[in-house]
Structure formats: C-alpha cells, structure tokens
Write a protein that binds this ligand. Structure first.
Ligand code: C5P
Length: 238
C-alpha cells in the first residue's frame, strides 16, 4: 500500500455526543469522507460513532492509542478493526505489542486497517521524558520509536508537522505518516503550538493530515475544506 499523493484530508470529529456529531456531519460537504474518531467520541458513543460515520459512507481513522499486553491489543484490534482504515497503538507498548496489532490487522485480509504508531505525545517535553526514565531527547525518542514501530510491522506513524520531513527520510516512501497540528495559511493556531500549513505538510511528505477546528468551526466548512485540499495539492507538486 503506497501512501497517497497529495496527502489525504482527515477531519477530526472532536465532539462530545450524538447531537454534536450529527450537527458536525451535516455541516461538512460530501467531498469530505475521511474522519478521525478519537477517545472523547468513542468513550461517549462507543461503536455507534462508527455506525453513524459509516452511514454517510465515511472512511474511519479510529484513534484509540492502544497500549496493553500483546494479547489484549491483538484482541482489541480484531474486535475493532473491521471496515476501519487507520488504527493507532502506542509505540511504547514495545515490539511484541506492535507486532501483535499488525498481525491481527493483516489477518483481516484485503480491507485491513493500517496500524499507526504514536511515538512521543507532543504534550511531553524532555523533563517529562526524564521523569519516566527516558534520557533521550524527545526528537531522538520519536525517531527511535518510529523505527522500532516500522521494524515491528506498523504501517506508519502519527507525528507532529515538525517531524514529518525527518521521518519520511528515515522511514522511506512506504511509511504512512499522519500529522495533526495543521493550520491553513492565515488561520488561528488555537492551542496548537507547533503548526504547519497544509502545503508544508505535503512538501514534507505527509501521507495524510488531520484537521479539526479549522474546518468544523469555520463559518463555511466546505470553503475551508476546499482551500485546504488546494493547499495540499499545491504543496505536493512543489
Ligand atoms: O482542531 P485541531 O485541528 O487542532 O485537531 C487536531 C486533532 O489532532 C485533534 O483530534 C487532536 O487531538 C489531534 N492531535 C493533535 N496533536 C497531537 C496529537 C493529536 O492535535 N500532537
């Protein structure tokens, strides 16, 4: 499975309940068909969240960041993964856990999900890593965990916009690299600190970008999405 060019646009459905999900999906144009369901929505609605997104023929990135013993993760992947395209696990779960997730996904056959590894949460700095016994810098730890994840059978990595270019160089063309923290040219950063434009993410080799508020909170979500798609295309050819 070669990563797509230009990068895919995934909308983060960061909403708290069924009513807010319906409003969000109704406001989005049909051209947007790839959605991230994260912990908030999954904890609120469970598998119903997936059903509601599938009802509008949406493709699903299930961002559960699994981290447990290999057997538990393998069984969670088997239970969750039918008709899901992307599923996250924590690389810090170690090689056996990543391999268990990757093998459970592969056993699903053709329409299997890609397993993506989360390396170092961007909320952690060097002092936080030191507090849990990690003496490498965050940047070194990201590369080390990303390489470990790929060697253990993961299909790709979730990373910050700052890390995409280096990880693309290290991991090669096959790795599926997903980056949040995307802000279109001229948009408010909000609480995101390390942001990049869609064009920059495309130039750096992202396979997909995750965008939430710049689309969901826009007065005209269709126009906001169209502008981002255009930036992704422009960046991919430049
Ligand atoms: O609204 P916004 O575009 O900032 O949403 C980005 C999405 O990506 C959210 O679901 C957020 O939780 C997720 N994310 C992030 N930064 C990370 C990891 C995940 O913004 N480092």
């Amino acid at each position: 499975m070669k990563p797509p060019i230009p990068p895919e646009l995934i909308v983060a459905l960061d909403v708290p309940d069924r009513a807010a999900l319906s409003v969000a999906l109704e406001r989005l144009p049909p051209a947007l068909d790839f959605f991230k369901i994260g912990l908030e929505l999954f904890c609120a609605l469970g598998p119903e969240a997936l059903t509601l997104v599938r009802r509008r023929k949406g493709r699903i990135f299930l961002d559960l960041k699994l981290h447990d013993i290999p057997r538990t993760v393998e069984r969670a992947v088997r239970a969750a993964a039918a008709e899901i395209e992307l599923l996250t696990v924590h690389a810090a779960g170690g090689p056996a856990m990543i391999r268990a997730a990757a093998e459970a996904a592969r056993a699903l056959g053709g329409a299997r999900p890609r397993i993506l590894a989360v390396t170092v949460l961007t909320s952690l700095d060097a002092a936080d890593l030191a507090a849990i016994g990690v003496t490498r810098s965050p940047a070194e730890q990201v590369v080390a965990l990303a390489e470990l994840a790929m060697e253990s059978g993961a299909d790709g990595v979730v990373c910050s916009p700052q890390e995409v270019a280096a990880l693309r160089r290290r991991l090669g063309p096959e790795a599926y690299l997903v980056t949040p923290g995307i802000r279109p040219t001229g948009a408010a950063a909000g609480d995101q600190k390390r942001v990049a434009t869609p064009a920059q993410a495309a130039r750096d080799g992202a396979s997909a970008v995750v965008v939430g508020r710049p689309i969901l909170d826009a007065a005209d979500p269709a126009a906001a999405a169209a502008a981002i798609l255009e930036e992704l295309r422009a960046g991919a050819v430049s």
